[in-house]
Design a protein around this ligand. Structure first.
Ligand code: TYM
Length: 328
């Protein structure tokens, strides 16, 4: 029997090169070996304010990007989280078995609290990991391929599953997090000490997957680097290291070979070649995206089918949980 994979992306902003290299591209590369469930997590997106029109557009955009990137519905179930009601239902149930203290320790939550004002932080944002645990556990997923920033949430999911199994008997598969060797933490181009993020207010810090080629080149040529000259991986020089890592991920090379490739050449050369690679990688994505967006009926058909296939797996898990805790 094939192992199950579950992962998702929030439609909360324009998808970035970080999302692509840390998650989507890896899903495509591994989909042949597993039984896959890839979700557009709109219920997670609304833990922060969203414009309804934009949310609707971005959700469909994301489906189109999943398909354009090479996810194949013959091998992967692609669906929207809110279309399968079991996600919300299990999230509530898991809420009741997740200690507040565990949620309070989540660094992503703590970062957001540190940046925002308490009054504006929703209970949903605090509770976000319980919904994420529901996503993963409903499908009895063995593996969860994500970028480095989601590691803690997957570990919490595992803890919640263990706690539940301990109390009610074997119910959930314990999932393992799967983080790429390279590309798991792509940094901002304007501040390479910060993660590249959909929510970055500075558009020059991120490369959006739908950015046109000239814009991609301009952003990369202006990427912040130090005054050094040697193109080597070095934590003390995060700017050039980030560019080399983007190159490494796209070229599928080892770090040593990337350093050898750029030996004796300046940062300008690195930027030019990284831009070439990124533009070449985005071209088929953008082309495919246009095709799917131009055919809304086909997109709806895919989503309907994805919803049915996902619900067929999620609902029996939910029923089992309801029985175990005495709700039916
Ligand atoms: P989200 O939408 O913030 O990010 C989607 C995926 O992209 C990865 N990622 C990055 N990887 C490398 N470098 C970066 N700069 C970078 N930024 C983001 C993320 O690690 C993630 O893999 N909570 C999740 C979505 C989610 C989920 C799930 C994931 C909901 N339920 C169940 C896995 C399983 C999130 O907000 O991802």
């Amino acid at each position: 029997m094939r192992k199950r994979v579950f992962s998702g992306i929030k439609p909360s902003g324009e998808l970035t090169l970080g999302n692509y290299l840390g998650a989507l591209r890896r899903w495509v590369a591994m989909q042949d070996a597993y039984e896959n469930y890839f979700c557009i997590v709109d219920l997670h997106a609304i833990t922060e304010p969203q414009d309804p029109q934009e949310l609707r557009r971005r959700t469909r955009d994301l489906v189109a990007l999943y398909l354009a990137a090479g996810l194949d519905t013959a091998k992967s179930v692609i669906f929207v989280q809110s279309h399968v009601a079991a996600h919300s239902e299990l999230a509530w149930l898991l809420n009741c078995f997740t200690p507040m203290g565990w949620l309070e320790r989540m660094t992503q939550y703590k970062d957001k609290v540190a940046k925002g004002s308490g009054e504006r932080i929703s209970a949903g944002l605090f509770d976000y990991p319980a919904l994420m645990a529901a996503d993963i556990l409903l499908y009895q997923a063995h593996l969860v391929p994500v970028g480095d920033d989601q590691r803690q949430h997957v570990e919490l999911t595992r803890d919640v599953a263990m706690r539940f199994n301990h109390r009610f008997g074997d119910t959930f598969v314990l999932p393992d997090v799967l983080i790429g060797e390279a590309g798991a933490r792509i940094m901002s181009l304007t501040d390479p000490t910060q993660k590249m993020s959909k929510s970055d207010v500075d558009p020059n810090g991120t490369i959006a997957l739908l950015d046109p080629p000239d814009l991609v080149r301009r952003k990369l040529m202006r990427a912040k680097t130090d005054s050094g000259t040697e193109a080597t991986f070095d934590p003390a020089r995060p700017g050039i290291t980030n560019l080399l890592e983007i190159y490494q991920t796209l070229a599928g090379e080892t770090a040593e070979r990337v350093e050898a490739h750029f030996a004796g050449r300046g940062y300008g050369d690195v930027k030019r070649e990284v831009a070439d690679r990124v533009i070449a990688a985005l071209e088929p994505l953008q082309e495919g995206h246009r095709r799917y967006v131009d055919d809304p009926a086909e997109l709806d058909r895919q989503l309907q089918q994805g919803r049915d296939r996902a619900a067929a797996v999620a609902e029996p898990t939910l029923r089992d949980v309801q029985e175990k805790i005495g709700l039916r």
